[in-house]
Design a binder for this molecule. Structure first.
Ligand code: OKP
Ligand code: ZN
Length: 343
């Protein structure tokens, strides 16, 4: 299988985040992608190619135009305000406040366009975000061109980014843009299988009222885990989209036995839907040693995820999302891909 990767992700580094009351280096760091990249070479998974440049036309069909216009302006405006380091939001328009006016000053605008404080910007952030988007679309184009599968080694990830907001280390929703791009290229139906530990709230929100994209999420119960405010089992889609959103929330401590039973159920519903392409939002933060997660999947389980997805018998685009146990992220993420290839 071919991998698409861009070293431009490296400019998105030294961001900070707020964890348990302290400002610390962000868990979503450049070494994550480098470990995966190196593992691909070590096991000879296949060629690694750079991305082509894509414009934001498919992105603008899943994101709001004002949001896409805002993203490249963040760091220049931060510097204009006389600052350096990491730009971070810290105040949000919750219930009782005005959510319909974009504040002029950058601190207010950052809050308007985000839903959490885990979303830093440094000088190279926008360029990395754009490269991650290009990586996803370049890999999608390989699948459209007839490859059975392709791997988009995206960094930063995307599944928490909604139509008009960022959060959870995510800016542009790479998987959602790829889904829209396949539809724009003539596909009828796309399924997104999100196996990241965290609920892909952005992907769900983007397609919630649509029936041309089936969104299936396997994730930690939002009663216990980030992103807390979406991802319950009763969220099934609305209007035309009713029945095309499926959530499998699971409790802390979930092991392969019950996790894989959920995957099995979701895969059957995916087959019933009959998509032209499957997009896998591939997070490996379900791993037992992940520093921010509480599921108990083992390294030997990840190839079994790939094997099951292979049995769907459909063109498959893998898009990298989370995974923070950096020493093992390469083995685990590439393990899924090897499981797919060897099934
Ligand atoms: C991204 B992905 C404040 C932010 C809380 C955010 C987790 C984002 C996970 N420290 N943590 O789904 O792997
Ligand atoms: Zn995650």
């Amino acid at each position: 299988m071919k991998t698409v990767f861009s070293p431009r992700h490296l400019g998105h580094s030294n961001q900070l985040e707020l964890v348990a009351g302290a400002i610390v280096p962000a868990f979503e760091k450049p070494s994550r992608a480098q470990y995966i990249h190196d593992r691909i070479i070590d096991v000879g998974l296949g060629p690694i190619i750079g991305p082509d440049e894509y414009d934001l036309s498919s992105a603008s069909r899943v994101h709001r135009q004002d949001y896409l216009d805002f993203l490249p302006t963040v760091y220049p405006r931060w510097k204009e305000a006389g600052r350096d380091g990491t730009a971070l939001p810290f105040t949000w328009p919750t219930r009782g406040l005005r959510g319909d006016v974009v504040p002029e000053f950058i601190d207010g605008a950052l809050g308007y366009y985000s839903f959490d404080a885990g979303i830093g910007f440094v000088e190279g952030t926008w360029d990395a975000v754009k490269s991650s988007h290009d990586v996803a679309l370049t890999a999608a184009n390989l699948v459209k061109g007839g490859e059975r599968t392709a791997y988009a080694l995206c960094r930063p990830p995307g599944h928490h980014a909604g139509a008009g907001f960022m959060g959870g280390y995510c800016y542009i929703n790479n998987a959602a843009v790829a889904a829209q791009w396949f539809l724009d290229q003539g596909a009828s139906r796309i399924a997104i299988l999100d196996v990241d530990y965290h609920h892909g709230n952005g992907t769900q929100e983007i397609f919630y009222r649509r029936k041309d994209v089936q969104v299936i999420n396997f994730h930690a119960d939002p009663m216990q885990e980030y992103p807390y405010f979406l991802g319950h089992a009763d969220e099934k889609g609305e209007g035309e989209g009713e029945g095309f959103n499926l959530n499998y929330p699971m409790r802390w401590g979930t092991t392969w036995e019950s996790w894989s039973a959920a995957l099995e159920d979701g895969c059957r519903k995916l087959v019933d839907y009959g998509p032209d392409v499957v997009i896998v939002s591939l997070g490996v933060d379900t791993f037992e040693k992940d520093p921010i997660s509480k599921f108990k999947l083992k390294t030997e389980d990840f190839p079994k995820i790939g094997e099951r997805i292979r049995k769907l018998g459909l063109p498959t685009l893998f898009v990298q999302e989370g995974g923070y146990a950096v020493a093992e992220i390469g083995v685990n993420a590439v393990g899924v891909l090897q499981g797919f290839e060897n099934a």
